[in-house]
Design a protein around this ligand. Sequence first.
Ligand SMILES: [Cu+2]
Length: 310
Amino acid sequence: MGDQGSSWLPDAMSSVARDVDALFNFVLIVSTILFAAVIVSTIYFVIRYRRRSDQYVPERIKESKWLEAAWIILPTILTMIIFTWGFRVFITLSTPPPDSYQITVRAKQWFWEFEYSEGATSTSDLYVPVGKPIKLLMSSGDVIHSFFVPEFRIKHDVIPNRYTSVWFEATEVGEYRIYCTEYCGQQHSMMLGMVRVVTQEEFDDWLDEQSQDLPPVELGERLFTQYNCQVCHATDGSRLIGPPLNGLFGITREFDDGMTAVADDNYLRESIVNPGAKVVAGYPNAMVATYGSLSTKQIDALVAYLKSLE
Ligand SMILES: [Cu+2]
């Protein structure tokens, strides 16, 4: 959630957010009034018409045509208002404008990958230009995830073997959190991302920059945080879920089956793409195997970065 927002709802930062909020508030107010009316009249009737003695026989009440007509017609009108209003907002939410800019989203345990139409990619950070409709074409590489940006009032399941899509238009430059809202395993709560809404100019610059090559160590450092390696690995010698990765290159590692190996380039590479092959003694075989799908360039960069850590 943003720093502002209210305790009621987060800031409304997309073109549809206000419509969603208005409908939500309307339904909530109507339900609250009806709930209160039902409860208050129930309590009143229970007391007013309670059985006062064993002999008491209540008077027969004649039905009122007007009353019956009213409680059929009024709720019908009310539900039709909610239906048409809700349907219109639903249609808006599910129809991306034809001039939308498309970004492919891939969810994996436990990070988000984004691919832009120019071939640029990013992980965890979704870059978008302000004031332009963005269509996300989403799928999952493993289990069911769910893409949620509270400030934009959009949330949609991300499923293996099928595309789902959602769209939004950010109304202001800023940073908005992406959450995964479908429990997807151990590190589910760390599956965070950030929508970075920038001006069209900054966005174009960013796309250009992506096509330029970073030096491997720098690229590796960037990937290390983007792919959430730091959730399980410290680089200052401390123990997290996994072993610290500084000073690893060239030392002899011992594994849980009693074997040993020198931590050379091949060992580092194998540890990333096939973590179960050699499990470091004293640690659980808990590293996710999804990194096998990284590109050769990305893996080379990660290895270069790990070698640079002292
Ligand atoms: Cu997830």
